[in-house]
Design a protein. Structure first.
Length: 169
């Protein structure tokens, strides 16, 4: 049996609940939700390499803001054989997605991971195409090589700066 006091308490509780819900809904602006939904997402394992790419560009006088460029990054299973990474572009929205093969990532060294991320960001951010030229020793002259040209790719700590200089030139 409801008493007058009980019905007042129920009314007051419902009033508070409606007020709190209304306050919560009114504080969410549509553009805030849209910007969160459209924000690029980068897997945690890739984020440090994305940041390093931005730093290397800055060191060479190039402003790199991968989030503003709408570039996301994920580690996924890539079904194609011998493909370590891919950059795809949604031309309708200009959103870009960098995908790194999970098996490659699990077995790669830090330098190999850096190479594949930087190569794919060369496509996604710098709009670079493959360059398959080789020097007189047969070494690849660019980290943007296709991997099928027959040149020898020697991305080491000793050659890293030269390759990065060429990438960002």
């Amino acid at each position: 049996m409801l008493t007058s006091t009980t019905s007042k308490n129920i009314f007051f509780q419902n009033y508070i609940l409606i007020f709190v819900v209304s306050l919560g809904l009114s504080s969410c602006a549509k553009e805030d939700l849209t910007s969160v939904q459209n924000a690029p997402v980068v897997d945690n394992d890739l984020q440090s390499y994305f940041s390093l790419f931005e730093e290397e560009g800055k060191a060479r006088g190039i402003t790199v803001n991968l989030a503003a460029a709408n570039i996301s990054g994920k580690i996924v299973e890539i079904k194609q054989a011998n493909v370590a990474g891919q950059c795809s572009v949604n031309t309708g929205t200009d959103r870009r997605m960098l995908r790194i093969d999970a098996t490659y990532w699990a077995n790669a060294t830090a330098l190999e991971r850096e190479f594949v991320i930087f190569h794919e960001l060369g496509h996604c951010f710098l709009d670079r195409t493959h360059i398959d030229t080789k020097d007189v020793q047969g070494d690849c002259e660019s980290m943007m090589h296709s991997g099928i040209s027959g040149c020898q790719f020697r991305y080491t700590l000793a050659s890293r700066v030269a390759y990065l200089d060429e990438l960002f030139e």
